[in-house]
Write a protein that binds this ligand. Structure first.
Ligand code: Q46
Ligand code: ZN
Ligand code: ZN
Length: 326
């Protein structure tokens, strides 16, 4: 197996590109795919401040690493979800990555800062854990982006994730979701832009990227994901991809190029201006945002005072390493 670029010994085959790469040219290939996604969808402009949603898994750490390599100002935010050992370990991977590279990692811990965790939120709401988890993540990433003056929040969703979500949405013709399934959600109404720079790279490539770059990551998946229908969709798509490499890419990018605009036309736009949550100040159509209502239902509390003496309501952040402002 020879590298397509230099003919040296290859370490990975990427069947959908019908190509093999050595370490150096595989890293370049990953950088090129991220650059291509960023440029094609206008994800990040030069000089913008990027907040990376860091879970401690391969995708988010590879994304952070790639953005920094490409010269972006990228800081991380890790959320402690309180999901047993999984959370303890994933936090260690995120911190270790930041410390060894001298990057800034912000940290919010649901139990410490708000007095609840995801298992408790799931129990009191009677809904699947991912529902309270998604709500908490969206709220806290948006809040950190506002308070830290980040222009954009970047998440590590890769091609397999996006194709699986698309597959699920198509199977049930979830037209509202199809209208919103984009690699970029523009900023608006007090919310930051959301981008997915890994959409041109697969899960396998991200695992390989971490290995060749010496990035230690949490290999275990979240235990709460068991039974999640997306895992089944991924398996189904993998079976098709195996037979016919490139199908996942064509499915997802074909949708973006040829079908997504049609779904967006049917989207009902709510142009009404949002007010501010009376407890946390987040933009919300009601009096209090969904996150503050969730915290109350769990018997939790508002953010605890920053031990470093920052003003109430400001980010309780553990900042590691060196802070560089560009
Ligand atoms: S962390 Fe949270 Fe995921 Fe775990 S509870 Fe569900 S949403 S599965 S990416
Ligand atoms: Zn090579
Ligand atoms: Zn609120």
């Amino acid at each position: 197996m020879k590298c397509r670029v230099c003919r040296g010994p290859a370490v990975i085959d990427v069947r959908r590109h019908n190509a093999n790469f050595c370490v150096e040219h595989f890293i370049q290939q990953c950088e090129r795919q991220v650059t291509k996604a960023i440029d094609a969808f206008g994800m990040i402009a030069p000089g913008e401040r990027v907040l990376v949603a860091v879970s401690g898994g391969k995708d988010s750490l590879a994304l952070w690493d790639l953005l920094v390599r490409l010269g972006y100002h990228a800081e991380g935010l890790y959320l402690g979800l309180g999901i047993g050992e999984y959370s303890d370990e994933s936090g260690d991977y995120a911190r270790n990555f930041a410390v060894t590279r001298g990057l800034v990692l912000h940290e919010v811990d649901l139990r410490r800062d708000f007095g609840y965790d995801i298992p408790r939120a799931s129990a009191v709401t009677g809904r699947v854990p991912c529902s309270a988890c998604g709500l908490s993540k969206r709220h806290l990433f948006d809040e950190m982006a506002r308070q830290g003056e980040f222009d954009v929040v970047a998440t590590g969703h890769n091609l397999d994730d996006e194709a699986a979500v698309l597959f699920g949405n198509v199977l049930r013709w979830q037209t509202e979701y199809l209208a919103r399934q984009m690699p970029v959600l523009p900023a608006g109404n007090g919310f930051p832009r959301k981008v997915k720079p890994l959409v041109r790279l697969s899960e396998r490539e991200m695992a390989a990227y971490c290995i060749v770059q010496g990035i230690d990551y949490q290999v275990e998946e979240c235990p709460m994901a068991t039974g999640n229908s997306h895992l089944g969709y991924k398996e189904a798509l993998n079976a098709v991809e195996d037979q016919s490499p490139g199908t996942k890419h064509d499915f997802y990018f074909g949708f973006l190029e040829r079908a997504a605009a049609g779904f967006r036309q049917g989207l009902t736009q709510d142009a009404s201006a949002l007010g501010s949550c009376r407890d946390c100040g987040a933009p919300t159509p009601g009096d209090r945002c969904a996150f503050c209502r969730l915290v109350e239902r769990t018997g939790g509390h508002h953010r605890t005072q920053d031990p470093n003496g920052a003003s109430p309501g400001s980010e309780t952040a553990v900042v590691l390493g060196r802070r560089e402002r560009s």
